[in-house]
Design a protein around this ligand. Structure first.
Ligand SMILES: [Zn+2]
Length: 49
C-alpha cells in the first residue's frame, strides 16, 4: 500500500477491529467476504502545508 490519498475503513471476517484499505484491496475484500463485509467510511489523508 503506497501513496494513496484515500483509504477505506472496513471490517470483515468477523474481525473486532477496523482496518484501512486502498481501493484495490477493498474491492478484493468485498468479493471475498460478501457475508461479513462492513463498510466504515472513507478516510482522506491530510495534506501537509
Ligand atoms: Zn491496498
Amino acid at each position: 500500500m503506497a501513496n494513496y490519498n484515500v483509504l477505506y475503513r472496513c471490517r470483515y471476517d468477523m474481525a473486532k477491529t477496523w482496518c484501512f484499505l486502498c481501493e484495490q484491496c477493498l474491492k478484493k475484500i468485498k468479493n471475498e467476504y460478501q457475508e461479513s463485509y462492513q463498510y466504515g467510511g472513507t478516510w482522506k489523508a491530510v495534506k501537509k502545508k
